[in-house]
Design a protein around this ligand. Structure first.
Ligand SMILES: [Zn+2]
Length: 396
């Protein structure tokens, strides 16, 4: 129990107290240990809502909730930061409502750090429903077809209302494959938009704005993008436009080429990447932060993560399997239930089924990241990675 002026507070109460009184902690990142044989490093991000140890995986809470999991359960799993989606919260319930509620942390009952994306990726995924111009993107809502316009300035306004600890610049994510000419124009537009975001972002006391490196699979464009953004001196950098359908080896080549020129003293965030093998490979190349909907979405489709790879727990062979998903996992699902029971819940469309698979998948990744951090600290990441990747069944 922590004590202040003779009054006892739990850590959570102190977090809320800081939030209420706006006793703001400036964003800070420091590297605490560098691997001697790889580009991996240990780091620590400080925010008003708490400290994040890196490398870190951030579960995604698209609609201001990590689907089926309550905030206190995320805390129990050791989650230090979650991601939420600007596009979805802008459309529903509306950033004005979240602002009125006191910001996203209060609205969703999560006192720890939050990162919001810029809305760019979702808007570009709308395909024929959107039109891009220099000014911004016009699009129709996927919910009701209503017309909307998001510019870099609008994205900043929405994200300042939501009040996440880390927010992202509005960027254009080129598809894969794409012609060089298209990717070059898209990268140039992303740089111009990054400058506009940088100017429009005024909530700097308790919010850090990260730039996003684009440039598709063209290494020289990636390097140009990074150098252009570094002139704006963002407190951190996202690497966007990867894991968009390209083979994993191409993604790794891009990272190998790009990361050495990125600032050492700023966090590097590989966006939309979250399969266990990619987390290990990304950390080896110097990535500090990851997010992906995939592990939790997979869970809702009855797929669980194990050391050997993904396991389709809905399949018949598990009907009479009364062992846990993983013997050595300390999550609530593995400590209390069998594969056979979880399969039964999923087959019967019981909500508890997808809650249990989601809890396990988040626990799996949280534990993986913890093991990776320990391996970096002990200078044995190469051995750890070799052992892990040797067993884990990779998808190309
Ligand atoms: Zn488990």
């Amino acid at each position: 129990m922590l004590s202040w002026s003779g009054i006892d507070f739990s850590a959570l109460e102190i977090a809320c107290y800081l939030c209420e009184r706006r006793n703001l902690v400036p964003f800070n990142f420091r590297v605490t240990h560098e691997s001697s044989t790889t580009r991996a490093r240990l780091g620590c991000i400080q925010t008003t809502h708490g400290v994040i140890e890196t490398p870190v995986f951030m579960p995604v809470g698209t609609q201001a909730t990590v689907k089926t999991v309550a905030p206190h359960e995320l805390e129990q799993l050791g989650v230090e930061i979650i991601l939420s989606n600007t596009y979805h919260l802008y459309l529903r319930p509306g950033n004005d409502i979240v602002d009125e509620a006191g910001g996203l942390h209060k609205f969703m009952g999560w006192g720890h750090p939050i990162l919001t994306d810029s809305g760019g990726f979702q808007v570009f995924s709308l395909g024929p429903l959107r039109t891009i111009s220099e000014e911004g993107v016009q699009f129709r809502s996927h919910l009701d077809g209503s017309k909307h316009f998001i510019s870099p300035e609008k994205s900043m306004e929405i994200q300042m209302d939501l009040g996440a600890d880390i927010i992202m610049a509005f960027d254009e994510c080129a598809p894969y494959p794409a012609e060089r000419d298209y990717v070059q124009k898209s990268k140039d537009l992303t740089t111009r938009w990054a400058k506009r975001c940088h100017e429009a972002h005024t909530r700097t006391a308790d919010q850090a704005l990260f730039g996003i490196v684009q440039g598709g699979m063209y290494k020289d464009l990636r390097r140009q993008s990074a150098l252009e953004l570094m002139e704006l001196d963002f407190p951190g950098y996202g690497i966007g436009g990867l894991s968009v359908g390209e083979p994993k080896d191409i993604m790794y080549e891009v990272l190998d080429d790009l990361i050495p020129i990125m600032p050492k003293d700023k966090p590097r965030y590989l966006m939309g990447v979250g399969s266990p093998d990619c987390l290990v490979e990304g950390v080896l190349r110097g990535v500090d932060m990851f997010d992906c909907v995939w592990p939790t979405r997979l869970a809702r489709h009855g797929m669980v993560l194990t050391r050997q790879g993904n396991m389709a727990i809905r399949n018949l062979p598990f009907a009479r399997d009364f062992t846990p998903i993983e013997e050595d996992c300390s999550c609530y699902a593995c400590q209390n239930f069998s594969r056979g029971y979880i399969r039964h819940l999923l087959k019967a469309n019981e909500v508890l089924g997808i809650r249990l698979t989601t809890l396990h998948n988040i626990a799996f990744l949280t534990r993986l990241m913890k093991e990776i951090r320990e391996a970096i600290s002990d200078d044995r990441l190469v051995e750890y990675s070799r052992d892990f990747l040797g067993i884990f069944a990779r998808e190309k």
